[in-house]
Design a protein around this ligand. Structure first.
Ligand SMILES: [Fe+2]
Length: 319
């Protein structure tokens, strides 16, 4: 009923699957095959599907239960029928706009994994574009297993045993590591203020830079976006190391990524324990809107930062 092909001969990850509809998803064999493909390949593009909320929920539930988003400022699609599903809209009339090399971009996001600022790391996200852009707006993905394999060994040896600290600060101007050259922020979404309000009482989170899957594959899983430093090395030397690592991650991601050009009939799932992603910017004034469901799960290696008394250490910052 379904066909599975590799996204590209040049990529060691990702498959495209045809033939998914609600009837197919009721077949236990199909569901098992989808879960197996997800676990093996880390990224699945479901092409030529019916672009509707109902199918997005049914497809998402093949991979686990849906969960609510930990950020309170997000917009929900329809809490009664799409639990936890969020509407990620970037409308250049008010949303973040950045400038890179003199060109303005809306919808731009740097390389990251989702929920790095949280202790629990969601299993996956399922995306569908409901309003695309005439240029840019592609979602790019890179596999952390491939990153680990390709990473310069000397630099890898210096970061492999480290844990990375992340904060709930998504402001584009706050990018500390891997900030693009010739980068400046032209406009900040008012939602960033709401997120920072939550960040005031939200502890920082810590995740290992490298972890090992049950099958033995090592994953370099480090989000340059929202990274604050290396645990125990929040000093000039540690920051310099993280800057060098972030730069190399971005270079390898750009060289080896799968770049997804969205069609309205696409849905897509990626393994958030393994795959990094980013969004290429769009030239304003075109809005872009995506619906995302979040699949519950946890790899068990993330934690919130605690002080000596075992309580959360809370950020002190001004909005
Ligand atoms: Fe994301």
């Amino acid at each position: 009923m379904i066909t599975i092909t590799r996204l590209s001969d040049k990529l060691a990850f990702g498959v495209r699957i045809l033939g998914v509809d609600e009837a197919a998803l009721e077949d236990p064999a199909v569901r098992a095959r989808l879960v197996q493909a997800f676990d093996e390949h880390g990224l699945i593009v479901f092409a030529d599907v019916e672009p509707c909320n109902r199918l997005q929920v049914a497809l998402s539930r093949v991979f686990g239960e849906l969960k609510d988003h930990p950020v309170q400022a997000v917009d929900l699609v329809d809490p009664d029928f799409m639990p936890g599903a969020i509407k990620i809209t970037s409308d250049p009339s008010y949303a973040d706009i950045v400038e890179i090399d003199g060109k303005p971009y809306s919808s731009w996001l740097p390389w990251h994994f989702d929920h790095c600022y949280n202790n629990e790391l969601n299993r996956a996200g399922v995306l569908r574009v409901v309003e695309g852009t005439p240029n840019g707006g592609q979602t790019c993905f890179m596999d952390g297993i491939a990153l680990y394999d390709r990473f310069p060994r000397e630099l890898l040896a210096r970061i492999e045993g480290c844990s990375i600290i992340y904060s709930l600060d998504m402001q584009p101007d706050h990018i500390r590591f891997g900030r693009p050259d010739n980068f400046r922020v032209l406009q900040v979404d008012p939602k960033q203020g709401e997120i920072l309000e939550q960040a005031k009482s939200y502890p920082r989170a810590i995740h290992p830079a490298v972890w090992t899957r049950p099958g033995g594959e090592k994953v370099l899983h480090l989000s340059p976006w929202m990274a604050e430093g290396i645990e125990g090395q929040e000093n000039a030397a540690g920051d310099a190391l993280l800057q060098e690592v972030a730069g190399e991650i971005i270079r390898l991601c750009e060289a080896g990524a799968y770049v997804h050009d969205w069609r309205p009939t696409d849905m897509l799932i990626w393994d958030n324990w393994r795959v990094l992603h980013r969004v290429t910017g769009c030239t304003p004034p075109h809005p872009r809107s995506i619906y995302r469901t979040t699949i519950r799960g946890d790899y068990g290696l993330g934690r919130f930062e605690h002080d000596d008394k075992g309580r959360y250490k809370v950020l002190e910052r001004t909005v």
